[in-house]
Design a protein around this ligand. Sequence first.
Ligand code: ATP
Length: 283
Amino acid sequence: PVFRSTWILRHEDVIINKKIGSGAFGEVFLARMVDPTSEYLLDCAVKTMKQEASTDAKLRFHKEARMMRKNYKHNHVVMIFGVATLNSPLLIVMELCPNGSLISYLRKNKGKVSLLEKLRFIYETASGLSHLEKMNCVHRDVAARNCLLSAKNAIKISDFGLADDRRLVIDTFLDKLPIKWLAPEIMQEKMYSLKSDIWAYGITVWEIFADGDEPYPGLSNVQARAKIVAQDYRMKLPAEAPPEIVQIVETCWDKNPDKRKTMTVHSNALQIYYEARAPPPFP
Ligand code: ATP
């Protein structure tokens, strides 16, 4: 038999069904794959890269797959099953998150998501990010739009299109950046870091409590940025947010990146806080 790494999948083993999303460089489809080990059919999501994409975009696509593979296997990070790269289009085959993105869930269920479920979202996002932090992976686009939901509505951090395992210099045009999620030092130092992901996590917690509203309501990107830098302005969490969560978000938004506690510290604290309110079944 010909040895074939199970990481590289064959196009004929991936059966593409309907489109469920589109991204900057390609589309995302509902699909099934023949599991190379068990030969059973598995539900999955497939990200494709257009044939006519530039070399740069293709390199980015491979890098996204590599970053997903490196971070593979955590309950709160989208798992990658493999890539199909022997033919065109290029495919990233990954775990399906049938309940869509957290941002659309919050917007669709405005006013109806319980405090307990919000606490769970906040804890699970911290847990996934703490894993990335341990793997030294800077995500660079932490936001409610990039948290997907599993069939059981568990958080799965997705979109590793910008992720890297180094501190990174800004390499995009400023107008393409998600300004309202960026830590202030990113603009000054022109660098991303694990600490700037923690800032963006704070914004994500705000989005969860604000039922998916856009951060800094009523302010443009430029106005928000100016207030943060010049006046140390910070958003207030809605009154529903417990003081313990308010305190966590405050440390995420510390002006001094070194003073922001790690995602692992936050994740542990949030796990204890959440489980005290929703005891897990006895192991
Ligand atoms: P962006 O322009 O935001 O960077 P992108 O090219 O990185 O987009 P993604 O954000 O990864 O693309 O995916 C686009 C959309 O496809 C998501 O918003 C989501 O709705 C859907 N999607 C992506 N991955 C999955 C998945 N594993 N399961 C279900 N839906 C998914």
